[in-house]
Structures are given as structure tokens and as C-alpha cells.
Design a protein around this ligand. Structure first.
Ligand code: COA
Length: 330
């Protein structure tokens, strides 16, 4: 079977920078609390009228260009987001239309923070199997329109930001590129990190009462999330290495989902790898959920942090709970 590799990456960050100092004007919080607990100094928010599909398109254009391709070459696309432009249809078809692509298949993935890695596994499998030659994977989020920016929502809303990232996957020699994907879920924790509404088990799916109760905002059991994340990240990274007959010393860099700086630091400690081997850019963008890994990957490529032949591990944990890893020989 042939291999599958990432041919190009791209990212899109809205120009509007939202500092911690600005958040202190909206809610009862402090710069110190946010930096100490999360490592975040600023994040980006979109201007009204920009959807996740728009951020996805901008990132995708760059990824396709860097792959040396045009949108017409893409044969299948996957869009991962928890913040689609509308309830249905998903963002995949909007990207197909906005980029003037042929009537290719467009799949939407709903696994939140692990969405990009779940999407990448689909691209990996299709390309390796020879189903398609060029698959586009996008992770993009507009979190800012779904957060309670008052004191009542401060534990969640200081963490998240908007952004998009993309990668094009294409054929490679066997043993080069994406080596394996490992995907997990544990739905008994679904309610520990969720946004309940609009909800199809309610009629209507969204009502004034639901909005008054804040049920359309994301809620998080922060301690629970933290505890599970620091266990699952190292576990799924080790799983990827073991499946490929490698050890931690083979790793050139780990690019974790940018959940929270303290989680990233705890992962580096648990793995006993040098902290600089675990990439972090959360201080600039906050947690951009499905977008955080492709944004980070694109920055690593741009900064020359990843070179040909490097062993790169992408890893994510988040709402669901879901967790995943992708091991790559770059
Ligand atoms: N500003 C100031 N105070 C805040 C605050 C904010 N933005 N958010 C919460 N607080 C307050 C709480 O109300 C609480 O006050 P109290 O002691 O008077 O009740 C206090 O800070 C401590 O809250 P607590 O929840 O115990 O803090 P914590 O040390 O557990 O940190 C998180 C909270 C959310 C930072 C932490 O649990 C965490 O990092 N969880 C993981 C979150 C994450 O990564 N999510 C993304 C997953 S993909």
C-alpha cells in the first residue's frame, strides 16, 4: 500500500486581537489569573459576519498553494469544527462552494478538539487505499460568538479563541508521511465539556428560556478536563510510538492540541521529554479547538521546527471526551 503525507499547510487568524486586559473590562477576572491558570495572553476574535467556513477557506487556499496544487485538484474534503456557520448543513459544502471546487465529497467531523486528527485519519486512510490522491483537511472555529463574556462564563470564555488551519494530504512512498492514527472516545463524560443547545431532543431546539438559562453557551468541568487530559495525552502519544516500534527518544517534536499551557507542561513532564520538544503557541491564540493543531503545525513548518525525516507526533484531547494521536515521518 502507498503512503500518505502532508503536502502543504495553512492557517488563518482573524486580525482582531483580544487581550486579557480587554477581558477584564467585560468580566471579573485578572491578567494574573488567566496567565497563571492557562498561559494565555491574547486570542483572536472574528468580526461579525465571519464564519468558521471563511477561516477554513483562507487557511485551505494557503495549504493548497503550498502543496503546489489548485482547488480543482482536491478530490475530497473534511471539515472539523464545533462551531459551524449554521446548524446544518455543515461547513464542508460551504467550502466546496466558496472555493469553486468540483462536486467533490465534503465530510463534516464533530469531535471538537480532536476533530482535525479524526479528519486527518480519514484523509490518511483514503489516500493510502488509493481512493483519492488529494484530500483537504480543515479545522476552524468561531468560538467568540458562542461564549458568555460576562463573569458568569469567565471560566470558559477566557480560554477560547477563533482561528482556522488546514492541510492537504497526498500520496507518498510507504513508510513516509503519516505512519498511523489512534482514535479514542469515552462518551460517559459528554456532559463535562459541552454546549447543550440548540438541541434536537427539545422542541423547539432553542427557546427564550434556554437562552435565559445560558444553555446555548459552552460549559466545562475544568478540573475533570484537566485530570483526564494529563492522563490521556501521554497515553495516546506512547500508543502511537509503540505501534510504530519507536520510543520517546525517536520523537523530534510533539504538537499537542493547545488546550491550556499547564496541560502541555504536564504532558512534557509525564513523558519526561524536554519542554521545548512540546510545541506551544497558546499564549497568542488561546484554545482554538479543532483549529489549534493545524495552526501550530503550520507555524512549526514556517519556523523550520520540522525538517524532512523528523518524527512528529500530533496529539489531542477534548470534549466527548475524545483523544487521538497521529505519528508522522515528515
Ligand atoms: N478569572 C478569575 N477567577 C476565575 C475565573 C477567571 N476567568 N474563572 C474561574 N475563576 C475562579 C472560580 O470561580 C474559583 O473561585 P472560588 O474559589 O471563589 O470558587 C477560582 O477561580 C478557582 O476556580 P477553579 O475552578 O478551582 O480553578 P482551577 O485552578 O481548577 O482552574 C481552569 C480552572 C479552568 C483553568 C482549570 O480547571 C483547567 O485548566 N482546566 C482545563 C481546562 C481546559 O484546558 N479546557 C480545554 C480543554 S480542550
Amino acid at each position: 500500500m502507498r503512503g500518505a503525507k502532508i503536502l502543504g499547510t495553512g492557517r488563518a487568524l482573524p486580525p482582531h486581537v483580544v487581550t486579557n486586559a480587554y477581558l477584564t473590562t467585560l468580566m471579573d477576572t485578572t491578567e494574573e489569573w488567566i496567565v497563571q491558570r492557562t498561559g494565555i495572553r491574547e486570542r483572536r476574535f472574528v468580526d461579525p459576519g465571519t464564519g468558521a467556513s471563511d477561516l477554513g477557506v483562507t487557511a485551505a487556499r494557503l495549504a493548497i498553494e503550498r502543496a503546489g496544487l489548485t482547488p480543482k485538484d482536491i478530490q475530497f474534503l473534511v471539515f472539523a469544527t464545533l462551531s459551524p456557520d449554521m446548524f446544518f448543513p455543515g461547513c464542508g459544502v460551504l467550502v466546496q462552494e466558496k472555493m469553486g471546487m468540483d462536486t467533490i465529497g465534503a465530510l463534516d467531523v464533530r469531535t471538537q478538539c480532536t476533530g482535525f486528527l479524526y479528519g486527518l485519519s480519514v484523509a490518511e486512510a483514503y489516500v493510502k487505499a488509493g481512493f483519492y490522491d488529494y484530500v483537504l483537511v480543515i479545522g476552524a472555529e468561531v468560538q467568540s460568538t458562542g461564549m458568555d463574556l460576562s463573569t458568569a462564563g469567565r471560566d470558559v470564555s477566557v480560554i477560547f479563541g477563533d482561528g482556522g488551519g488546514a492541510a492537504v494530504v497526498g500520496p507518498s512512498d510507504p513508510g513516509r508521511g503519516i505512519l498511523s492514527s489512534h482514535l479514542h472516545s469515552e462518551g460517559k463524560y459528554a456532559r463535562e465539556l459541552m454546549a447543550e443547545a440548540p438541541a434536537s431532543i427539545e422542541h423547539p431546539r432553542i427557546s427564550k428560556e434556554m437562552i435565559d438559562a445560558g444553555r446555548h453557551y459552552g460549559t466545562m468541568n475544568g478540573r475533570y478536563v484537566f485530570t483526564h487530559a494529563v492522563r490521556r495525552f501521554p497515553e495516546v502519544i506512547r500508543e502511537a510510538l509503540e505501534a510504530n516500534g519507536m520510543t520517546l527518544s525517536d520523537l523530534s517534536i510533539v504538537i499537542p492540541h493547545q488546550a491550556n499551557l499547564r496541560i502541555t507542561q504536564a504532558v512534557a513532564k509525564a513523558l519526561e521529554v524536554q519542554p521545548e520538544k512540546v510545541f506551544s503557541n497558546i499564549e497568542k491564540y488561546g484554545n482554538t479547538t479543532a483549529a489549534s493543531i493545524p495552526i501550530a503545525l503550520d507555524e512549526c513548518v514556517e519556523e523550520g521546527r520540522i525538517r524532512e525525516g523528523d518524527i512528529v507526533c500530533l496529539a489531542a484531547f477534548g470534549s466527548g471526551f475524545t483523544w487521538a494521536s497521529t505519528l508522522i515521518r515528515w
